[in-house]
Ligand binder design. Structure first.
Ligand code: CLF
Ligand code: SF4
Length: 322
């Protein structure tokens, strides 16, 4: 933990963004906490495969580096994903961001790029967002840029390979399985190189870090310092949900997580409103419409901000708000 009153050389070291990116940030419910009540996102679950095995992951469910544990999203083809986007964006124009966050790792699935390309061609005004474990980031960066992604999340649970080796069981990299510190070294190197290159190429970077007491809790501030150095825009410290090989670990308490966020804040802006959404979620972050009844969705099928406010009031009055 940093000492109290420690001076941070450059508290906000993220690059200056142009007008277009500033608008995208201001309309992104995860990147700007003020945007979360106004603008929504749609997640397209087109990416089932993963190329690593995190110790807290049960692979029949969505990727828990970004999503809620214990949830299995139905996988869509790129064409189905385009059709779903068409319908949802027409009905709910407050949705400004299209994200691919699983159910596995987006970069391990060609369908991710096919889908983004279809969406970009038809909806050039929407922000394209992706969340990855970063193993393939250096080699896939050009593809990511080509399909028009502008906000990118990389999960970094450790930058010290000795610690990362306790978090990841194995990785599959260029057809070969690596384990232990060797696997962790490859992953951390690719994540950090990839983040640096992505920022240099103009992407707005968010980093997710799963807080795992007894494993990386004392190390997270060191990660934050590194993110500051790299110019990462925002960091999301997520609580461990104990499952898989980590089923016996205690998740952090809310206070422990808050303390870590406060210690990281001087280095990189902290996201505190994450909902650990499903890989097929859509709507406002606090109101996942993929889980709503048709009746409730109809109430939200409205076209102006004022109407949206009114609908929210009705839902709240009826005690139906999520
Ligand atoms: Fe999705 Fe993630 Fe993009 Fe947001 S979610 S890919 S950055 S559009 Fe947001 Fe959901 Fe938390 Fe993710 S609340 S789990 S941080
Ligand atoms: Fe599971 Fe996500 Fe880790 Fe892959 S990156 S093993 S899907 S938590």
């Amino acid at each position: 933990m940093p000492e109290k009153n420690q001076t941070v050389e450059n508290p906000d070291n993220s690059p200056e963004y142009g007008e277009e990116l500033l608008r995208k940030i201001a309309e992104h419910p995860c990147y700007d906490k003020k945007a979360q009540h106004k603008y929504g996102r749609i997640h397209l679950a087109v990416a089932p495969k993963c190329n690593i095995q995190c110790n807290f992951c049960v692979r029949e469910f969505d990727c828990v580096n970004e999503s809620r544990p214990g949830v299995t999203s139905k996988v869509l083809s790129p064409q189905e994903a385009l059709e779903k986007t068409r319908q949802i964006v027409a009905d709910y124009p407050f949705i400004k961001v299209v994200g691919i966050a699983g159910p596995g790792d987006p970069l391990a699935n060609d369908a991710t790029f096919e889908t983004f390309e279809l969406i970009k061609n038809e909806f050039p005004e929407l922000t394209l967002c992706m969340s990855t474990n970063g193993l393939l980031l250096p080699e896939k960066l050009q593809e990511i840029l080509r399909v028009g992604v502008s906000t990118l999340t990389v999960t970094v649970n450790a930058i010290d390979p000795e610690i990362q080796a306790k978090i990841v069981d194995h990785i599959v990299y260029h057809g070969k399985v690596y384990r232990g510190v060797e696997a962790a070294e490859i992953q951390v190197k690719n994540q950090l190189e990839g983040i640096k290159a992505a920022i240099d190429a103009g992407l707005v970077l968010k980093v997710n870090t799963v807080l795992i007491p007894g494993i990386n809790d004392r190390h997270v501030v060191e990660i934050a310092r590194k993110l500051n150095e790299l110019g990462v825009y925002i960091m999301n410290v997520m609580p461990l949900i104990n499952q898989g090989a980590f089923a016996d670990l205690e998740p952090p308490t809310a206070e422990e997580r808050k303390a870590v966020q406060e210690a990281c804040e001087p280095y990189v802006m902290q996201m505190r409103h994450c909902r650990q959404c499903r890989a097929d979620a859509y709507g406002l972050l606090a109101q996942d419409m993929s889980q709503m009844s048709e009746e409730r969705r109809k109430i939200i099928k409205i076209h102006t901000k004022e109407e949206m406010e009114k609908a929210r009031e009705v839902l709240n009055k009826n005690g139906k708000a999520e």
